[in-house]
Write a protein that binds this ligand. Sequence first.
Ligand SMILES: Cc1cc2nc3c(=O)[nH]c(=O)nc-3n(C[C@H](O)[C@H](O)[C@H](O)COP(=O)(O)OP(=O)(O)OC[C@H]3O[C@@H](n4cnc5c(N)ncnc54)[C@H](O)[C@@H]3O)c2cc1C
Length: 429
Amino acid sequence: MKRIAIIGGGIAGLSAAYELEQHRESGAEIEYVLYEASSRIGGVLQTERVEGCLIEAGPDSFLSEKPWASDLCRELGIASEIIGSNDDARKTYILVNNRLIPMPDGLMFLVPTQILPTVLSPLFSVSTKFRMAREYFYPPHDVTNPTHGEDETVAALVERHYGKEMVERLADPLLSGVYGGEASQLSVRAVLPRFADMEAKYGSLGRAMLAQKKVTTKNAGTPTRPIFSSLRDGMSRLVEVRVGTGIFVTAPGTHAHGNGADAGPGPFELLDARKLIEGEIAALAAKNGKADDFDALQRSVESMEAHVDDFATRESVDRDFHLRIAQATGNSSLELVVQGLWNQRAELWGRLQQHFHTADLASQTIRDNAAITRAIAARDPAAARAAMHRHITRVAREFQRGVDVVARGGATKAPTSKSKAARPAKPRP
Ligand SMILES: Cc1cc2nc3c(=O)[nH]c(=O)nc-3n(C[C@H](O)[C@H](O)[C@H](O)COP(=O)(O)OP(=O)(O)OC[C@H]3O[C@@H](n4cnc5c(N)ncnc54)[C@H](O)[C@@H]3O)c2cc1C
């Protein structure tokens, strides 16, 4: 069995987990865990709605000509949500000395390919325009030179070809919009690998772009695609759609407690805590409980039997049963502890019970509660503790079985678990 750790729940980490899950489902012997430091998944990919407007806090689109993002959308079943950019109406402005200046026509990303609009544009100084003309004669890389082909920053490459002004007025504003970083910090090989290839082949980026344009014009018979694609309800859809398909939080991150809407323990954590605490409470109830307590517990069991088909009532009676055990200890602080545990349970179970609840599980819970009641009424602390442990261990086992079914695609409806860390369907050690 190969064990894999994925660090980070941005689109890269989630895609890695998605790929691994495909392999696992087709029988590969792998086990993976995704670790995310923050309290939400998606990384910089984040869509918000403010007063009815959809706002992208990170990426707002992907390049249509690169197939991978749209392929992923198709696999995830959200291809119908893809929308294209309105390229006729698209105009980009650069703020220079407090003035918004439109980017001249013919600029292909950073490379000018039309002479007149570039010459007339107030975006560049005369000396930069002169360098643009000279760039056309930039020689191809000398392949015998060992330093060629090494990585450099985008700023260094643009400056070599067009000068510093081009970095400040074009590369930096465009790259901060796309990568959220500065040209002097971004690697050419990572963010503009095409530029490195074009330079190696043609030398001049201008000549390379024109050569490419010729090929595109030749194939102009094929319908043109919009340059950018996005998703109707925002780019976050890419990271939302798989929530609940067997991926869930096993351990909260450092921000989990009270810091963000996703805060809360995972189901196995909660069951571990309940086993530890409620086991001891059952033992104490067996020691301190009174006849009234035993009667109340017995009535609870009977009430659960009477409502075996009614999930909501049975849940409420089950909660009262466990609170009554805490009450039987005579320690009101322990009552509050159990109340707290059951409040957490209500929140989690509400989201997840649709997958894990079965009629069999309900009958088994009633039998468990009857066994706990008998042990407490017999004033046998060890037996009461053991009965409570058996009950919670069994719930965890059933829960794990449910997770396995969901992970194999046996469930159709996703629990709305807010994943911060994910793991494949494997029991917790
Ligand atoms: C403002 C902005 C606009 C952009 N616009 C576009 C665009 O329009 N089109 C486009 O294609 N690209 C765009 N990009 C780039 C694109 O969004 C990113 O390249 C891509 O989202 C990066 O994904 P990632 O998973 O590699 O990293 P991230 O999204 O940064 O995710 C990394 C995750 O790892 C977590 N993490 C970090 N350290 C640890 C650790 N030690 N342990 C556990 N977890 C950790 C972080 O919390 C985070 O969730 C834009 C980027 C920004 C910032």
